[in-house]
Design a protein around this ligand. Structure first.
Ligand SMILES: NC(=O)c1ccc[n+]([C@@H]2O[C@H](COP(=O)([O-])OP(=O)(O)OC[C@H]3O[C@@H](n4cnc5c(N)ncnc54)[C@H](OP(=O)(O)O)[C@@H]3O)[C@@H](O)[C@H]2O)c1
Length: 295
């Protein structure tokens, strides 16, 4: 069985494995063991965030894995309460210290704050500085809609390498993905297997979708594997989360699943137009009650 994880090349030449492993909602006390398991299974790309409260344990797992630091692509995100030029430079120090690394491979702004755009802009300028100083290898954004992306592109110099956004069969953000393609921004899918359709209290679970289960049966695969093949074959990075060893392996084994064009088109047709996550247009520093502690 082939499990080649294709390398995607960012707009500054840095490469990352398309299929990564996410740790949103993974409790810190569980994080080290599950990240170690993911690395054992073959993942070489981990997505965390300051706001997830588990950067320290992600770093510990990488060190305990026996892999060289250069073999694992580490991605994390600056939380909104740390936006502002100096604050964001300091937020890098906090994340790097918790992860126990000198260099972060990909650093994102977790959310734009359209109502506080000046702070978002200052935070992005700090990312540009960190990139110039070689403390991060690539920079990007998350949950950033076209209007905000346009403003950012107009007022900064480095085009984000990545926009990490909600993408699963029920909410695909095709127009935004086209904007990314025009600017050379990689689309990275969060909730790539529709986790938000389950824990977000959605009306129906993507894991039970009849089209996905039917396609999965044809390939002797699972709906999660079908969704991950769909992302990979359409050129997206995906970062599924699981704390369940069998699912960690199952999701990685999606690399052996290849769908037909007709199947890809049928999955495209599952779009519902309903966002599972919060509306990124209205987020400010007080929307969530999260503060990022010092390292
Ligand atoms: N930038 C952002 O704002 C943002 C927002 C959300 C997520 N993210 C990132 O994206 C990552 C993934 O997104 P997500 O965690 O929201 O959703 P997801 O990866 O689509 O789904 C995770 C959920 O699906 C379950 N699951 C995993 N594999 C499965 C399988 N093979 N079969 C059935 N169920 C399975 C998991 O349960 P168990 O863990 O119990 O196995 C968990 O409840 C996050 O961990 C995070 O790194 C970013």
């Amino acid at each position: 069985m082939s499990t080649i994880n294709p390398l995607l090349t960012l707009n500054n030449g840095v490469q990352l494995p398309a299929l990564g492993y996410g740790v949103f909602q993974t409790p810190p006390e569980q994080t080290r063991a599950v990240v170690e398991e993911a690395l054992r299974v073959g993942y070489r790309h981990i997505d965390t965030a300051a706001a997830y409260g588990n950067e320290r344990e992600v770093g510990e797992a990488v060190r305990r894995s026996g892999l060289d630091r250069s073999e694992v692509f580490l991605e994390t995100k600056i939380w909104v309460t740390d936006y502002g030029y100096d604050q964001t430079l300091h937020a890098f120090d906090k994340s790097a210290a918790k992860l126990g690394v000198d260099t972060i491979d990909l650093l994102l702004l977790h959310q734009p704050m359209p109502p506080q755009f000046d702070l978002t802009l200052a935070a992005y300028r700090a990312l540009e500085t960190l990139l110039e100083q070689g403390r991060v290898r690539a920079i990007g954004v998350s949950n950033t809609m076209p209007e905000v992306l346009d403003r950012l592109l107009a007022e900064t110099t480095v085009v984000p390498a990545v926009n990490q956004i909600e993408v699963h069969p029920y909410f695909q953000q095709r127009a935004l993905q086209q904007v990314h393609a025009r600017h050379g921004i990689l689309t990275q899918a969060w909730s790539p297997i529709g986790g938000i359709t389950v824990y977000g209290g959605g009306e129906r679970s993507a894991f039970e979708d009849p089209t996905l289960t039917e396609i999965a049966a044809r390939h002797d695969a699972t709906p999660a594997q079908v969704m991950l093949a769909w992302h990979r074959q359409q050129g997206r990075s995906a970062i599924p989360k699981s704390v369940t060893p069998a699912r960690i392996a199952e999701n990685f084994a999606s690399l052996a699943v290849t769908l037909s064009d007709e199947e890809l088109t049928r999955i495209d047709a599952l779009e519902t137009g309903h966002r599972g996550g919060p509306d990124p247009a209205s987020i400010t520093q007080t929307t969530f009650d999260i503060q990022i502690p010092e390292a």
